[in-house]
Structure formats: structure tokens, C-alpha cells
Design a protein around this ligand. Structure first.
Ligand SMILES: *[C@@H]1O[C@H](CO)[C@@H](O)[C@H](O)[C@H]1NC(C)=O
Ligand SMILES: *[C@@H]1O[C@H](CO)[C@@H](O)[C@H](O)[C@H]1NC(C)=O
Ligand SMILES: *[C@@H]1O[C@H](CO)[C@@H](O)[C@H](O)[C@H]1NC(C)=O
Ligand SMILES: *[C@@H]1O[C@H](CO)[C@@H](O)[C@H](O)[C@H]1NC(C)=O
Length: 435
């Protein structure tokens, strides 16, 4: 009797260990849920391949790239093959929104250029092409195109991205890649072509003089790198990236960066003065029409952030161990600590190269003046927005983004005095534990 009992326990333990190591059950159940829920956001693919807008009309993707039939690839790869693994290679997706400090966070990965291939905002081109005449982005098209472009880029394939670059690259060479200069991977010696007379690049490399970008070279360099990271500010919902987590051959880590929506609005009103002129006017007049379309846009943005974070923190099977939430305010105040945490999460050794960059580019460098003053200084920097935005506007943000503020641990202010009271930080200490 006792032997039987022991055997069952040993058997059970063995199962637990095997599952821990290999996630067999999770993978199987992932597959099952995938089949059982045909209404994932990936479903519209078949009916919406006529995506690309060229000179005002939509062209079928398969027309632009005849080898491209997404459904076919999916059938082949998802039903026939087991996950092939990534051979230890990590694929890091930095997700954020504009004016949230994502360029700063991106540098944590961009600086590790000897084993990291880093891309800065490749979806800029995709968004541009999918922007509707009426303003705004065609979200049906974007929900499909964004993850698919990213998937290919993680595999060092630039071909789909190329079809979104305008003017179209010639023989895979372009002088128009958005913010090439922000990616050290695209400005390396091996990716640097000779200068071409008369060809001007808006975002040419700063560290060396290079000609137009040869994407074939970029792809070759990408394939050599151990890890890959891409920064995005255009993805609205984490859910739409599920395809990436389930892609065999990708070992993906999502790092979502958020920032106090009140600070983001204050910053956007300055940075994008044209698009935010209504807000600026309201700031002067002291009155905000709460039913205005701008206000509902703000609400929509906040809801997207919150829903993505809620999903990530809830850790559905496909996101298990793949999601991390980071607040800009924490990165700005404790950059080194946060960078180490991100590398740990990604499963990549932290290097002195990154550490050196952080020390020379942040308040952490002024450690001689004592840890307390360092922290205090950066907190003040991080909360400077409180003096640049009227209380009336803050109230509106708190009203439409309340649950988002609460989730991320940003304190509400109840008066003009509290808003500008330096002695009270609006950043609560918060650790985001995934369940
Ligand atoms: C958005 O894209 C889808 C898929 O390509 C297309 O069917 C639809 O007509 C587009 N919507 C608009 C408003 O252009
Ligand atoms: C779009 O129009 C430009 C000039 O107006 C032309 O050179 C280009 O070939 C057109 N592109 C497509 C895909 O039709
Ligand atoms: C299926 O996946 C393999 C390995 O990831 C890839 O080489 C192959 O091209 C994929 N099949 C199709 C039809 O794209
Ligand atoms: C781009 O780079 C590839 C690989 O190095 C090379 O074969 C090709 O000739 C280059 N293209 C141009 C237009 O220089």
C-alpha cells in the first residue's frame, strides 16, 4: 500500500518537474485554446488581405509580394510542426506610447550593440501608409499588419516593411528609413555603404558617414546578432500581438512602458502643439468640453493602456513569463536598477557597456552627492509636468483616466495647491507582480 502511494507521488512529482521544464501541458492547452477560439484578432486575415494603400487605392499584399500568403504559412507551420525554439535567442518588444520615455528605455538595449540588433519605430512607415484620408489609422488593417511586420523583422526579414516604405526601396536600398540614426545596429560599419553623391538621408548616421541604407546588409547583420529588440509606440492593444508569442522560432518578451497620463498630455501639448491645439486653448480658457472628440480619444488611449496591462498582469497562458510592466517614473528615478531588472526578465546578461551608458546619461552619475539627493533630483525632474499643466486639465484626465491612474499607482490631486506641492510625490511605490 505504502509503495503504491510512494510511486504515485514520485510519478506526480516527475510530471510537475517535466511540466516546469518543458511546459508541455501549457503548450498543448495553448494549442487547444487556439483551436477553440476561432475569434482571435487574427481571424480577419483571410478577408482583409487587400491592405496596402498605394496612391489612394488598396492593393492586395499578395500582389506586392507574390510569395506571401499568410493563411497558408499558418496552416503549414501551426499544424505540422512542433515549436522549433529560438536557440537561446531572445526577442524583446518594447511597447509604449509617444512622450512616455520609450526612447530612453530603448537605449538600454540599443547600447548593447555587439550582441543586440535594435530597431527604433519601424512601424512608423506602416502607420503612415495605413492612415486614412479622414485621419486616424485603419485599425483593421493595422491589427494585422503591425504584428506581421514585427514578426518578419524579428526574423531579420525586411521585405514586408519594404513594401510600406515610401518611396519604395530600389534593390533593397533606401534613403528614407525613419530614424535610422536612432538604431546603432543600422549605423554599424558592416551596414554602412559608401556615400552616394546627391542622395540625402533625413536620418543619416551620426557616428559615421554612410550612404543610403542597404536592407540586405541590415538583414545580414541582424542574422549575426544574438538577440533582437524592437521599440514600438503604435500598438494599441497587447492582445493584437498574440501571434508573436505563439510563433515558433521566436522567444518573445513584452516590456510595456507606461507613464502618468497627466504627464504625457502635458508633454504632448508642447511636443505636438498642432495636434493638441484644442487642449492648449482649453488650458488658456480654463474650460474643457467633456464630450469633445479629443477627450474621448484620451479616454480611449488610457483604456488601451489599462487593458493591455491588465491582460499582461493576468498572465494568460500565451503571456506566461513573457510580460513585464514598467513605469517611466521608476526608470527615470532608478535607471540602473530597472535596466538590470529588464535584462533579468529578458534572460540576457547585463553588460558594462549598458551600465556605462546609464551612468553617464542619467542622474545616477551624480552619486557623489549622496543617494538621497540623487533620487530627489530625479523625482523632481520626473514630476516637473505638474507646473506645466493647469489644474482644470488635470481634473479632466483624472476623470476619464481614473482607473488607469489607479492601476499604475499615480495619486489623484484634489486641488491646485496639491498639484504644485513639491513635498508630495504623486508616484506611489508599486511593484507589479504578475499573478
Ligand atoms: C480598412 O482596411 C480594410 C482591410 O484592408 C479594408 O477592407 C477597409 O476598406 C479599410 N477601411 C477604410 C475606411 O479604408
Ligand atoms: C504612385 O504615384 C507615383 C507618382 O505619382 C508613381 O511614381 C508611383 O509609381 C505610384 N505607385 C504605385 C504603387 O502605383
Ligand atoms: C514555416 O516555418 C519555417 C521555420 O520557422 C520557415 O522556414 C518556413 O518558411 C515557414 N513556412 C512558410 C510557408 O512560410
Ligand atoms: C546591398 O548589399 C548586398 C549584400 O552585401 C550586396 O550584394 C548588394 O550588391 C548591395 N546592393 C547595392 C545596391 O549596393
Amino acid at each position: 500500500m505504502r509503495i503504491k502511494y510512494t510511486i504515485s507521488i514520485v510519478f506526480f512529482l516527475a510530471l510537475v518537474i517535466i511540466e516546469k521544464e518543458n511546459n508541455i501541458i501549457s503548450r498543448v492547452s495553448n494549442k487547444l485554446t487556439l483551436r477553440q477560439t476561432p475569434c482571435t484578432p487574427l481571424e480577419p486575415i483571410a478577408s482583409s488581405r487587400d491592405l496596402l494603400k498605394h496612391n489612394g487605392s488598396y492593393a492586395a499584399l499578395s500582389e506586392l509580394d507574390p510569395s506571401f500568403t499568410l493563411e497558408k504559412r499558418h496552416q503549414e507551420n501551426h499544424t505540422q510542426h512542433q515549436p522549433v525554439g529560438s536557440g537561446g535567442r531572445k526577442h524583446i518588444l518594447l511597447l509604449s506610447t509617444t512622450r512616455s520615455g520609450s526612447s530612453f528605455m530603448g537605449e538600454f538595449f540599443n547600447q548593447q550593440s555587439d550582441n543586440m540588433f535594435y530597431l527604433y519605430e519601424p512601424l512608423w512607415h506602416v502607420e503612415k501608409m495605413l492612415t486614412l484620408a479622414s485621419g486616424g489609422v485603419n485599425s483593421t488593417a493595422a491589427n494585422w499588419a503591425y504584428p506581421e511586420v514585427v514578426r518578419q523583422l524579428f526574423l531579420c526579414d525586411f521585405s514586408l516593411l519594404e513594401s510600406f516604405i515610401e518611396p519604395a526601396p530600389v534593390a533593397h536600398v533606401t534613403a528614407d528609413l525613419f530614424r535610422r540614426s536612432s538604431s546603432s545596429s543600422l549605423c554599424e560599419e558592416s551596414v554602412c555603404s559608401p556615400l552616394v553623391k546627391g542622395v540625402f538621408e533625413h536620418h543619416s548616421c551620426k557616428n559615421r558617414r554612410c550612404g543610403p541604407l542597404n536592407l540586405t546588409k541590415a538583414s545580414e547583420s541582424c542574422l549575426q546578432k544574438e538577440h533582437r529588440a524592437i521599440k514600438l509606440v503604435r500598438v494599441r492593444q497587447l492582445q493584437t500581438l498574440r501571434l508573436l508569442a505563439e510563433e515558433p522560432g521566436l522567444d518573445i518578451r513584452f516590456i510595456q512602458l507606461v507613464r502618468d497620463p497627466r504627464a504625457v498630455l502635458a508633454s504632448r501639448m508642447v511636443a505636438f502643439a498642432d495636434r493638441y491645439k484644442n487642449w492648449k486653448q482649453w488650458a488658456v480658457e480654463g474650460d474643457v468640453p467633456i464630450d469633445d472628440v479629443e477627450v474621448s480619444k484620451l479616454k480611449g488611449n488610457c483604456n488601451n493602456l489599462r487593458m493591455s496591462a491588465e491582460l499582461g498582469l493576468k498572465q494568460p497562458m500565451w503571456l506566461r513569463r513573457r510580460y513585464m510592466l514598467v513605469r517611466y517614473e521608476d526608470i527615470a528615478r532608478f535607471p540602473l536598477q530597472k535596466a538590470v531588472e529588464m535584462y533579468n526578465f529578458a534572460g540576457i546578461p547585463f553588460t558594462s557597456q549598458v551600465k556605462a551608458w546609464i551612468l553617464s546619461n542619467t542622474q545616477d552619475s551624480k552619486e557623489t552627492s549622496g543617494i538621497y539627493s540623487t533620487q530627489k533630483k530625479s523625482s523632481e525632474q520626473v514630476e516637473k509636468w505638474r507646473f506645466n499643466i493647469p489644474f482644470k486639465i488635470v481634473q479632466v484626465v483624472q476623470k476619464v483616466c481614473g482607473s488607469t491612474l489607479k492601476l499604475f499607482g499615480y495619486k489623484f490631486v484634489s486641488s491646485e495647491e496639491m498639484l504644485t506641492d513639491k513635498s508630495q510625490s504623486l508616484i506611489e511605490d508599486k511593484v507589479f507582480n504578475v499573478k
